[in-house]
Design a protein. Structure first.
Length: 190
């Protein structure tokens, strides 16, 4: 996805859930002088979710951690106060990674490149849809006539719907129920 967005990408590899290994990998990445470092996993609240604390130990200020979205709630954004790179810590589930990359990392890269802010299309929903109230919800969907239809299998570990998905429907945080015909935000998949 990052290459599609025009980024030069260096893959550092897999790092175990170990404080010292995370610290070493972070220092190795910083030495390459990137504009941005991205990790996946290790940013929730579990015993082995060590990324946030290691970042803080290494001099990063955390601008936000946990947002009112699903999937992707534990996304983290920080920057090294010494002028080093910014850091996105993405959740570990595959769909949460896709959402965080598409709706957090992509806009950040667009701003770096001087692009205008993306404006979604407003399209009618072709079905009724319930969602958690208080959270923005990102659904994989397809165009259905003049509207959009959400695909089945929306859990953050279910990636099969990507085979058919054409884009994302974003459900606003205040609504718990979206009715057929309601206008929803539609974004391209990538």
């Amino acid at each position: 996805m990052l290459k599609l967005y025009g980024a030069d990408v260096f893959f550092h590899g897999i790092v175990r859930d170990n404080r010292e290994e995370i610290r070493r990998a972070l220092h190795d990445a910083i030495e390459k002088r990137p504009d941005l470092i991205i990790s996946t996993g290790g940013v929730s609240l579990g015993k082995f979710d060590l990324v946030k604390s290691v970042l803080e130990e290494c001099g990063a200020g955390i601008h936000f951690h946990k947002v009112a979205v699903r999937p992707g709630k534990p996304v983290l954004f920080g920057a090294f106060v010494s002028g080093g790179p910014v850091f996105f810590g993405l959740p570990g589930n595959p769909i949460a990674v896709a959402v965080a990359t598409r709706f957090f990392v992509r806009p950040y890269l667009g701003a770096l490149y001087g692009e205008n802010r993306e404006v979604p299309h407003l399209l009618p929903l072709t079905q009724e849809l319930s969602k958690p109230e208080g959270l923005s919800f990102f659904h994989r969907a397809i165009r259905d006539g003049q509207g959009v239809r959400v695909l089945p299998g929306q859990a953050s570990f279910m990636a099969a719907s990507f085979l058919k998905a054409e884009g994302w429907v974003v459900g606003a945080p205040e609504a718990a129920l979206l009715r057929r015909g309601d206008l929803v935000e539609w974004y391209a998949l990538w």
